[in-house]
Design a protein around this ligand. Structure first.
Ligand SMILES: C[S@@+](CC[C@H](N)C(=O)[O-])C[C@H]1O[C@@H](n2cnc3c(N)ncnc32)[C@H](O)[C@@H]1O
Length: 235
């Protein structure tokens, strides 16, 4: 079992909830082998393949930050049956919806954690993960608090070291303000930019053809908001 890291996390503990709702209960009962609360999740650090997925060390383990209702999370698990995926989500309802959606499609190659993205270093060792998906994260434009944005140079540098060489990180957002800010942050990292566009639906080419649209993204597309997209390579 991995050694528990005692750094204080940024979120409340599930075990301290006075009235846990049905989703919080499901996290620690029905789904406890594949859904991890803030405390149990970090026990898997360095051991995701061995402890959770029970697969070989060379198998791919991808990460999705902020799964929401899990539409892309389940799509990815279904599309890449030979890979594994770990989701991060703060809220209980979408967290359980996400893992339920995977199981409803018959797949068992996914796990989910109630975890704050900024604590990712408590979840994964260096060189432990493969591809990373960050789709439509909260933009923190109103209120404007760029220090809360998940795609920032410090997080990217950490993720870079956690990823295995040749992996990618995909970031898309409906917020042009966030995207322009993040583009400057990305310049301060070691990532190679494979593709970048301010308008995925117009100039995305094969990246648009391969794009999976969640219902959240659809709200913005239907309003005419351009979707900003960048794919980074961990060299
Ligand atoms: C705007 S939704 C997008 C959901 C999904 N990725 C999509 O594109 O449809 C962002 C999600 O990220 C979650 N989230 C926000 N901040 C987070 C954090 N720091 N760590 C993990 N999840 C977070 C929210 O609870 C929410 O479900």
């Amino acid at each position: 079992m991995a050694e528990q890291n005692h750094r204080v996390q940024r979120i409340n503990l599930t075990r301290n909830l006075t009235k846990p709702n049905a989703y919080a209960v499901a996290l620690d009962s029905e789904f406890k082998d594949v859904a991890f609360n803030e405390e149990r999740a970090s026990l898997n650090k360095g051991h995701w393949r061995q402890l959770v997925f029970k697969c070989a060390e060379d198998k791919a383990v991808d990460v999705e930050i902020g799964t929401g209702a899990g539409m892309h999370f389940a799509y990815q698990a279904q599309k890449e049956k030979d890979r594994f995926i770990v989701g991060l989500e703060l809220k209980y309802k979408p967290l359980i919806q996400s893992i339920r959606r995977v199981h409803a499609s018959g797949q068992r190659n996914a796990a989910i954690c109630r975890f704050h993205a900024f604590d990712l270093d408590l979840l994964f060792e260096k060189n432990e993960i493969n591809n990373v998906f960050i789709h439509c994260p909260d933009p923190w434009t109103s209120p404007r608090k760029p220090q809360n944005r998940v795609v920032n140079r410090s997080m990217l540098n950490q993720i870079y070291d956690m990823q295995r060489p040749g992996s990618f990180l995909e970031f898309k957002t409906d917020s042009r303000e966030y995207f322009l800010w993040a583009a400057e942050e990305i310049k301060a990292t070691k990532y190679h930019v494979e593709f970048k566009t301010n308008n995925l639906y117009k100039d995305g080419g094969r990246y648009f053809e391969n794009n999976f649209q969640t219902s959240f993204e659809k709200i913005f597309v239907d309003k005419g908001t351009e979707i900003n997209f960048i794919k980074l390579i961990r060299t």
